[in-house]
Design a protein around this ligand. Structure first.
Ligand code: UDX
Ligand code: UDX
Length: 455
């Protein structure tokens, strides 16, 4: 029988936690230890209330925790005792110094590389899970192999899971991408990782490539997805003026198999921890390699997204006679998308901040993300957080749909209308309500990419 694989993962976040839980479930012949410097997070992983909401995650963790999946804060011990070390720490956009606002902040990465070099006593395979600039693996290898008699092989294995569908994405991935050096030891390390994934991913879905292609692919994938959202959102502005309906346009355009139907849903704009960060990263790399035209080309994906978010909130203010001061406004949803409690870079943030600066009285209602939103906004005293949408809508002038929670589709809009101040406004940032029915009830209805219905 093959020897048990000893795997560690540094970073117990949205990526590290679910990925390791699925590896432990699907590849029985391993012991996985997930470590994090954040004790509170590790305590949560070891409790009945996991640190964040992700459909299907609880069941898997319950199944494997304490058997071949462990959570700990002892980073040194984990990197000393295990042979394959995944790194899934966060890599936010730099908020200081050179590359501020664009480049990825690699300080955690560097710290971990040095920590590994200083404490380990045997050869290791290091696997990049975090999204990183191209050539990070090379830099990491340089740090690790400088002044050490041990051998470190760094692989790139970017994560393509999307929050809210992470478990499904991990169990049935379109592809697993593994980048390695083309040297003999690089290929050997790559084969070790391939073996792990092969226990549940079909061979044809495992793509092996060189390290740089792999690192770049992650940035390009997210940029292309975001680009589609920005493209359809750009068209939505045109639809609102011309009387075309953006959902109909998207449906017909997406029916062309060369284009495909996914990521064509017009919206209030994209959010989440990855899109903006990864595009900025790609732009920064283009500028660094003296390709300003290419940087500008991709920059517009972000400009379009900022424009769409601002356009939404400007429309709210303009439609309500250019003043929302002291008006009560309900935001339905604050998560960056449905089925997650994550508010990182959520469109709800610029919308809430603009309305607050206009002195509106905000009420926010979300089934999962209110705690994170409260933290993000610094718990201001002119914002109420009320989970029950009917309670939250009392005496409001307007409802803004920010997140596409299924719950908001099934609400009784007559009941909401009845408790609101008239005229009552409905701004649907996700095109999810039956707008004709809401108009019939009495709402002034504003959708994305459709002419408004006004009484
Ligand atoms: C991930 C990826 O790592 C990132 O590159 C990708 O683009 C988005 O998703 P995510 O898992 O969402 O990040 O981040 P987060 O939930 O913040 O988790 C990172 C964890 O790493 C945190 O719990 C943090 O405490 C931990 N960490 C960070 C360490 O354990 N050590 C460090 O030195 C730094
Ligand atoms: C993304 C990538 O999909 C994933 O592969 C990568 O590993 C991490 O980044 P995530 O950020 O979790 O995942 O969410 P995603 O489902 O891609 O949605 C991003 C944003 O785009 C959300 O705010 C979503 O509401 C928005 N979106 C998506 C649209 O506005 N319209 C669409 O048609 C699709």
């Amino acid at each position: 029988m093959a020897s048990t694989k000893k795997i560690a993962c540094v970073g117990a976040g949205y990526v590290g936690g679910p990925t390791m839980a699925v590896i432990a479930k699907q590849f029985k012949n391993c012991i996985v230890t997930v470590v994090d410097i954040n004790k509170e997070r590790i305590d949560a992983w070891n409790s009945d209330t996991l640190p964040f909401y992700e459909p299907g995650l609880d069941e898997i963790v319950k199944e494997v925790r304490g058997k071949n999946l462990f959570f700990s804060t002892d980073v040194d011990k984990a990197i000393i005792e295990n042979d394959i070390i995944f790194i899934a720490v966060n890599t936010p956009t730099k908020d200081y110094g050179v590359g501020k606002g664009m480049a990825a902040d690699l300080q955690h990465w560097e710290t971990i590389a040095r920590q590994i070099r200083d404490v380990v006593k045997s050869d290791k395979i290091i696997v990049e899970k975090s999204t990183l600039p191209v050539k990070t693996a090379e830099a990491m290898e340089t740090i690790l192999n400088t002044g050490s008699s041990l051998h470190f092989e760094v692989l790139s294995n970017p994560e393509f899971l999307a929050e809210a569908t992470a478990i499904n994405d991990l169990l049935f991935p379109d592809r697993v991408l593994i980048g390695s050096r083309e040297t003999e030891s690089g290929q050997k390390a790559r084969d070790e990782l391939v073996k792990i994934y092969r226990s549940w991913v079909p061979n044809e879905n495992i793509i092996t490539t060189n390290t740089f292609s792999s690192e770049l692919t992650k940035l390009v994938s997210n940029t292309f997805l975001a680009q589609r959202v920005s493209s359809i959102n750009a068209i939505s502005a045109l639809c609102e003026i011309t009387g075309a309906d953006v959902d109909e346009v998207a449906k017909a355009v997406g029916a062309d198999t060369r284009i495909g139907s996914k990521f064509l849903k017009a919206s209030i704009g994209f959010g989440g921890s990855c899109f903006r960060k990864d595009i900025l990263n790609l732009i920064y790399i283009c500028r660094m390699y003296k390709l300003p035209e290419i940087a500008t080309y991709f920059e517009n994906v972000i400009h379009m997204n900022n424009f769409q978010q601002q356009r939404f909130v400007d429309n709210v203010i303009q439609s309500m006679f250019n003043t929302v001061a002291d008006r009560k406004i309900l935001m339905l949803g604050c998560a960056f998308k449905a089925n997650t409690d994550d508010v990182r870079d959520s469109p709800s943030l610029p919308v809430a901040k603009t309305l607050m600066s206009e002195k509106a009285r905000l009420v926010i209602s979300d089934p999962k993300a209110m705690k994170n939103m409260k933290k993000e906004l610094g718990d201001p005293n002119n914002v109420d957080f009320i989970e029950d949408p009917y309670e939250a809508a009392k005496d409001c002038h307007a409802i803004l749909i920010i997140t596409e929670w299924e719950l908001f589709e099934t609400l009784d809009y007559q009941k909401l209308f009845d408790v609101m101040i008239k005229p009552a406004y409905l701004f649907d940032g996700r095109n999810m309500v039956d707008r004709e029915a809401c108009f019939e009830i009495g709402f002034n209805v504003y959708s994305i990419g459709k002419a408004p219905l006004i009484h």
